[in-house]
Design a protein around this ligand. Structure first.
Ligand SMILES: [Zn+2]
Length: 90
């Protein structure tokens, strides 16, 4: 079994406050995340090793957006999302 068999995937959008490094303006940006929620149980055909892996698996989310475009109309520069983790446990 693969790791994806352990989780139910959903795309979510979460707001984050980010500072543009060019104009230093801070704004709220909607960032896309993929949430992987651990399934309630494994399918019946899962083996011993799968059960052990499943037992230690945790729900988590992975950030999809690495770059955003500055909301300041006079700036509009793209900058990297920093100071924010890219993987978060739920
Ligand atoms: Zn800017």
């Amino acid at each position: 079994m693969e790791e994806k068999d352990f989780f139910v995937e959903t795309e979510v959008t979460l707001p984050a406050t980010l500072h543009c490094p060019s104009c230093r303006q801070s704004e709220t940006y909607d960032l896309r995340w993929v949430q992987r929620k651990k399934k309630a149980s494994l399918p019946p055909h899962a083996g011993e090793q799968d059960r052990r892996r499943f037992a230690s698996a945790k729900s988590y989310s992975v950030r999809r957006d690495d770059m955003v475009q500055c909301k300041n109309m006079r700036c509009r520069k793209r900058f990297e999302v920093s100071g924010l983790q890219s993987v978060a446990f739920l």
